[in-house]
Design a protein around this ligand. Sequence first.
Ligand SMILES: NC(=O)c1ccc[n+]([C@@H]2O[C@H](COP(=O)([O-])OP(=O)(O)OC[C@H]3O[C@@H](n4cnc5c(N)ncnc54)[C@H](OP(=O)(O)O)[C@@H]3O)[C@@H](O)[C@H]2O)c1
Length: 190
Amino acid sequence: MSDVCATNSSSLGRCVCIITGASKGFGRVLAQKVPHLLKPGSVLLLVARSGTLLQELKEELQSSTEEQKLVVRSITADLSTREGVNETVVAARQEAVDEIDHVLLINNAGVLQVFPSRPGLRSTVVNVSSVFAQQALQSWVLYCTAKAPREMMFKVLAQEESNVHVLNYSPGPMDTEMQEDILSVEKPFS
Ligand SMILES: NC(=O)c1ccc[n+]([C@@H]2O[C@H](COP(=O)([O-])OP(=O)(O)OC[C@H]3O[C@@H](n4cnc5c(N)ncnc54)[C@H](OP(=O)(O)O)[C@@H]3O)[C@@H](O)[C@H]2O)c1
C-alpha cells in the first residue's frame, strides 16, 4: 500500500472519499494512506461507531495533511442500523459534488451506496471482502454468510452501473482486532 501511494500521488483527483470502519484495523491504515492519493480540496469521511478513536484519527490526519487542504470529517454511526446508514449517506451528500472529480467509497465495514451522478464525475467503490466469502470457516457462519452475498451484490452493481468502477478486494490475513477474534474462537471438536 505505501508503495502504491508513493508512486501515484494525487492520482484519484479531487475526491470525496468515504471509508467505513475507519477507527481501527485495515480501515484506519487506509485512512492514513489514502490522503497521499488525493488532490487538494478533497474530502475524507471516516465512519465507525467509536467516536473517540475517529476524533483522534481525524486530528492526526488534519495535522499530517495540513498543506494538502484536506477536509476530514468523522461520522460516528452504526452501519448495522438504518439510522446509521442514513446519517452517513446524508453527511456524504452534503459535500460539494459539483467541485469534485471522483467519489470513492471504501466499504470496509458495512455497505453503503452513496453515488451522486453528473457527467464527468468518476465513481469507484471498493468492497473489502474476504476469502471467507468463498470458503467456509468453522464457527464463523455469520461472517461467511454475510461476506458471500455482499461480494455478489457488488458483482451485480458492476453489471448494473457501467459508470461505477467496482472492485471486490480480499486483503488476506491482517493482524487486527478481528484476527484476534478469529484466533480466540475455540474449535468445538479439537
Ligand atoms: N483481519 C483480517 O485478517 C481480514 C482478512 C480478510 C478480510 N478482512 C476484512 O477487512 C475488513 C476490516 O477488517 P479488520 O481486520 O480491520 O477489522 P477490525 O480491526 O475489527 O476493524 C473493523 C472496523 O469496522 C468498524 N465497524 C465494525 N462494525 C461496525 C458497524 N456496525 N458500524 C460501523 N463501523 C463498524 C470498527 O469500528 P467500531 O468498532 O469503532 O465501529 C472498525 O473500525 C473487514 O471487512 C474484514 O472482513 C479482514
